[in-house]
Design a protein around this ligand. Structure first.
Ligand SMILES: [Zn+2]
Ligand SMILES: [Zn+2]
Length: 291
């Protein structure tokens, strides 16, 4: 397979959990010879307002570095800077100014501001936490019964469907993200078929709206050991008529850039896809998976 690698989901120091500067990530992308490279820093709509807003509302300042308020300023900073880098690297790197829009359903004001920003090439719609709950990363799943875990997952997919029906992002980010922790970190076994119907409805809605999904390869280098989502769901999306499939490593540092992309491309081929795509000016560009 002679696919020229692309990586359409990555984070820089514009994300609270990103380790390397956008410039360092771009230099690495050039070194790897990526034919398209998207920076998609976090914008969590659930904490969109300025920090003053939360202070006035009496929201306590968290000690946790991952809980960052003031995504509003973060977002405009990130987009302004990445837009400038597109000019800096013109002719050397096909740089895509993207964003990972988290929890649109929990902050419509921020979500609408983000999707109307004309500097954005690409928007990944993600759900890291369900309403009135913490990020799935922070639960101690040993404290939950198996039926409580199924309930959490049901709420996750229901809120995801609500987000998908809103229909203002380009691809759905890392479907099945909670499994990174529930199965990967805690080794809890779940039955797959429980959520087939709702996942099918999510896919049918995306396809009807002309939107896509991503293969997020981060799970391949984590204990989970598979992509988000895995082959069976990518195949389900394909067999329902899905055509828009992006791919990303979800790298938060230069060493993970491009990680698992070749394996992810093989999964796409196994699921029946002939093309992957990256976005420019919010429009899909298809690249062949066939040599
Ligand atoms: Zn994410
Ligand atoms: Zn991400």
């Amino acid at each position: 397979m002679s696919l020229k690698l692309i990586d359409c989901h990555t984070h820089t120091t514009f994300s609270p959990d990103g380790e390397n500067s956008p410039e360092a990530m771009c230099e690495k992308a050039i070194e790897l010879g990526l034919s398209a490279y998207a920076i998609t820093d976090h914008c969590e709509c659930s904490t969109w307002f300025e920090e003053d807003y939360y202070r006035e509302k009496g929201v306590p300042k968290s000690e946790d570095p991952f809980v960052v308020y003031d995504y509003k300023n973060r977002f405009y900073n990130a987009v302004n800077n990445i837009s400038k880098l597109k000019f800096k690297y013109e002719g050397k790197l096909n740089l895509i100014c993207g964003i990972e829009l988290g929890q649109a359903t929990q902050g419509w004001e921020g979500a609408e501001a983000v999707v109307s920003n004309e500097n954005l090439d690409f928007i990944i719609g993600s759900l890291h936490q369900i309403k009135n709950h913490d990020d799935f990363a922070f639960f101690n799943y040993e404290n939950f019964s198996i039926s409580e875990i199924y309930n959490l997952l049901e709420m996750y997919y229901m809120e995801m469907l609500e987000m998908v029906k809103w229909n203002k992002f380009d691809v759905l980010g890392h479907l099945t993200y909670p499994l990174r922790y529930i199965i990967g970190e805690y080794g809890i076994e779940l039955k797959n078929k429980v959520f087939y119907d709702i996942i099918r409805e999510i896919f049918v809605t995306l396809i009807h709206n002309g939107k896509g999904i991503e293969i997020n390869t981060s799970g391949l280098r984590q204990k989970y050991g598979s992509t988000f989502p895995d082959l069976k769901y990518i195949k389900m999306y394909h067999d329902l008529g899905g055509e828009i499939l992006s791919i990303g490593s979800d790298a938060h540092c230069t060493t993970d850039l491009g990680a698992g992309i070749a394996d992810g491309a093989d999964i796409a081929i196994n699921a029946g896809f002939k093309y992957l795509c990256y976005f420019k000016e919010r429009k899909p560009n298809f690249i062949t998976l066939m040599g």
